[in-house]
Design a protein around this ligand. Structure first.
Ligand SMILES: Cc1cc2nc3c(=O)[nH]c(=O)nc-3n(C[C@H](O)[C@H](O)[C@H](O)COP(=O)(O)OP(=O)(O)OC[C@H]3O[C@@H](n4cnc5c(N)ncnc54)[C@H](O)[C@@H]3O)c2cc1C
Length: 559
């Protein structure tokens, strides 16, 4: 268990280290040279130095026993420094996850203790040239090597593609097909027949080493089969998605804020048409404020999910991990893109960090499951809940938010409830008209679900903040009044998006009569959604004032 105080100290050491060793000029030079600063990565993982790895290793194996909330906080901070280095450092977390969830007691003791004591760097070898989103298409094989009638070891053959730390890791976990199905193996650097290619010349995260791996008759002893039982690989990979996707979500969040936190000060100094850009509503309300609101909605969802994972009372929370990753990585990308625009011509040059951040954060919608795969995962899972509850799942959530709105009319819960009611209606119409046979509609539903659920999360967290009940480790960048205003801005966007885009996809699929369409339109509550937009501009003004430090604290009040 890591206390809030220890976590704060760790984050501070990380920040201090980055300030000293990784100033912007150094990062830009390394990016230009396409160089992974291995010495720095090792320093960060060294238990006698920064020892970031220790955070996520259980205490019984010499670590600090951090949970999902701690990992989210560290990942966000790392991403704010550099997403390539964050990827290099956190690849050990990802690479050792199959061990954490699936290994035997002896394997855990051996490998997790070695990470804690020696700062071993791991790589996670799942993707192949022919198996990306569809890991079931795996071609790498692990053939049994028999001795005296028992399995003494395995011979692994195949190729892995796009592996973070592929060229520098001490150990790699490799997914390969055994006679009983996909299984994870531990393969050490230097094993005979185990080689890697030159690092890939990438668009972004150029400080991270990404390489293809080749396995030609690589022999490993039977005790390198994770868990000791063949065929568990895909289940083990699934079991950690809630956790690992939260990590990439935090990367998106950190990248997005790193960009906005450069655009904001820039715009206070850049004078155009006689005044700083920061004073121009057409600038702040397009390029800064909506991005801050989306990032904070994603943060609210990440924090709620992390807390639930740490409470340990539920399943793997895969879908929640997918929603968090989807929202945070999409919001992070949009924020970085807007930050380039916010800096104008300067933003378009290598000299200014927003250009690099925008290239770096781009990876977060691709690795650990692309945005489209996240949309599919979210939609399929929540579709089941819709069916199981006879269409009441989101109406129930909406009713809870209406109750919250009665207690806290200032936190945007009313608009979030409109989003969730509309979502329930869209899903029901999709069921009746059998619209999920269109893959595009299925995936668009995933997006609407993510927006509506995040609106609910942000409203709940704004209310907890107002009541002084947010957990100690939660972000406190914004006070209660500001978080409530951010929530109102986001909830309005979510409600409008769900109702209008839901209407669009149902109409777009065709086959629904004009009379049914009119009834459906009625059910979406569009007039209420439109009325809920009232006050949006003044809330955006307020959020801009908060972001630019132009407010004195104000008490929480209704919009
Ligand atoms: C820099 C970098 C680092 C990486 N690090 C690692 C690592 O450490 N370990 C590891 O195992 N992997 C790693 N990856 C691989 C990464 O996880 C995959 O690239 C990713 O899962 C997508 O697979 P793919 O590239 O084969 O794309 P594809 O699966 O071919 O997808 C291409 C496009 O098609 C879409 N698509 C795919 N399937 C469908 C479908 N059924 N319906 C609709 N659209 C679909 C995708 O969303 C995407 O837009 C890394 C990749 C990169 C670029």
């Amino acid at each position: 268990m890591i206390t809030a105080k220890t976590l704060k100290l760790s984050l501070k050491s990380l920040k201090d280290f980055a300030k000293k060793r990784l100033p912007d000029e150094t990062l830009i030079q390394l990016d230009e040279r396409d160089e992974c600063p291995l010495e720095i990565v090792r320093h960060m993982c060294d238990p006698d130095k920064l020892g970031i790895q220790l955070l996520f290793i259980p205490e019984e194996f010499g670590g600090m026993g951090g949970g999902a909330f701690d990992v989210y906080c560290v990942c966000e901070e790392m991403a704010r420094i550099d997403l390539g280095i964050a990827t290099a450092v956190l690849a050990t977390f990802l690479g050792s996850d199959p061990i954490t969830v699936g290994a035997t007691a002896e394997q855990k003791k051996l490998w997790l203790s070695r990470i804690a004591e020696e700062g071993l760097l791991f790589a996670y070898g799942a993707t192949e040239p022919e198996a990306g989103s569809d890991l079931g298409n795996l071609r790498t094989t692990a053939d049994r090597v028999m001795q005296d009638g028992r399995v003494a070891g395995y011979k692994i053959n195949g190729n892995k593609q796009w592996i973070s730390n592929g060229g520098v890791a001490d150990v790699c976990t490799v997914l390969a097909n055994t006679p009983a199905g996909p299984s994870w193996f531990i393969v050490e650097k230097g094993a005979k027949g185990f080689t890697h290619d030159e690092p890939e010349d990438k668009h972004g995260i150029r400080l991270s080493n990404t390489a293809a791996l080749a396995l030609n008759d690589v022999y490993v002893d039977a005790d390198r089969l994770i868990g000791g039982v063949e065929g568990q690989g895909l289940n083990q990979a699934q079991a950690v998605f809630g956790y690992t996707r939260l990590m990439v979500a935090a990367f998106g969040l950190g990248g997005g804020w790193a960009a906005l936190d450069r655009a904001i000060p820039y715009s206070t100094k850049r004078i155009q048409a006689g005044a700083p850009l920061s004073e121009k509503q057409g600038y702040t309300h397009k390029l800064i404020v909506p991005h801050a609101a989306r990032l904070e909605a994603a943060r609210a969802y990440i924090e709620e999910t992390a807390q639930r994972i740490d409470a340990g009372s539920e399943g793997s929370l895969n879908t929640e991990g997918a929603i968090a990753k989807y929202m945070a990585s999409e919001a992070g990308n949009a924020a970085a893109e807007a930050s380039i625009q916010a800096l104008g011509g300067y933003g378009y040059t290598h000299e200014y960090m927003v250009e690099k951040i925008s290239r770096d954060v781009r990876i977060t919608t691709i690795y650990e499951g692309t945005s489209e795969i996240m949309e599919m995962t979210i939609s399929r899972d929540r579709w089941q809940l819709h069916l199981k509850t006879r269409g009441q799942h989101y109406h129930d959530q909406a009713r809870e938010l209406e109750a919250l709105d009665a207690r806290h009319p200032e936190v945007g819960a009313g608009a979030a409830a409109l989003a969730l009611h509309a979502l329930a209606e869209v899903m029901e119409k999709a069921r009746l008209a059998r619209l999920t046979r269109y893959q595009h509609i299925l995936l668009r539903l995933g997006e609407l679900i993510a927006f509506a659920e995040c609106a609910g999360s942000l409203a709940r967290r704004a209310a907890l903040m107002a009541e002084g009940k947010l957990e100690e480790k939660a972000s406190r960048r914004f006070d209660a009044a500001a978080l409530a205003a951010l929530s109102r801005v986001f909830a309005r966007e979510a409600a409008l998006k769900v109702a209008e885009e839901g209407l669009r996809w149902v109409a777009g699929a065709g086959g629904v009569s004009a009379a049914e369409m009119a009834l459906f339109e009625n059910s979406l509550g569009l007039p209420a959604v439109h009325q809920a937009q009232a006050g949006l501009i003044s809330d955006m003004d307020y959020v801009a004032d908060v972001l630019y430090g132009r407010t004195t604290k104000r008490t929480v009040q209704a919009a």
